[in-house]
Write a protein that binds this ligand. Structure first.
Ligand SMILES: [Zn+2]
Length: 129
């Protein structure tokens, strides 16, 4: 886990403890689909599988999630946001995430769908871009 005053992995520019760390600890909820998406990227980066499951739509959530310790997440770039705001019930966030695994650089692009479930934003599913 990064220190609270370390830069947040999501790249927003805030310290981890005031950015995605607060969401991971359940101190507050994401107010937008983009914030939830960023917090999920950060959860991959810090290895918080429990948060990933908790922020997944119950209809599409896997029973368990095994994160690969050999993958290091390096960078996130959000490339498009559709809806997903405080007054929306669904949203789409497109992003590119850069990782290093097996000594090689990987770029993963995805268009993720989010929905509001019981007032909270959750991840529904995604398609590769
Ligand atoms: Zn963050």
């Amino acid at each position: 886990m990064p220190a609270d005053d370390a830069p947040c992995p999501c790249g927003w520019g805030e310290p981890y403890g005031r950015c995605c760390g607060a969401l991971h600890r359940g101190e507050r909820e994401a107010t937008t689909a983009e914030a939830l998406m960023r917090s999920r990227y950060s959860a991959f980066a810090v290895g918080d599988a429990a948060y990933l499951l908790r922020s997944w739509h119950p209809g599409t959530r896997p029973a368990a999630l095994d994160l690969d310790d050999d993958v290091r997440w390096l960078h996130l770039a959000v490339t498009a946001v559709e809806r997903g705001g405080p007054f929306d019930d669904e949203g789409v966030v497109a992003f590119e995430a850069v990782a290093r695994a097996d000594g090689r650089r990987h770029v993963q692009g995805e268009r993720s769908r989010f929905a509001r479930e019981g007032g909270r934003w959750v991840y529904v599913d995604g398609s590769p871009t």
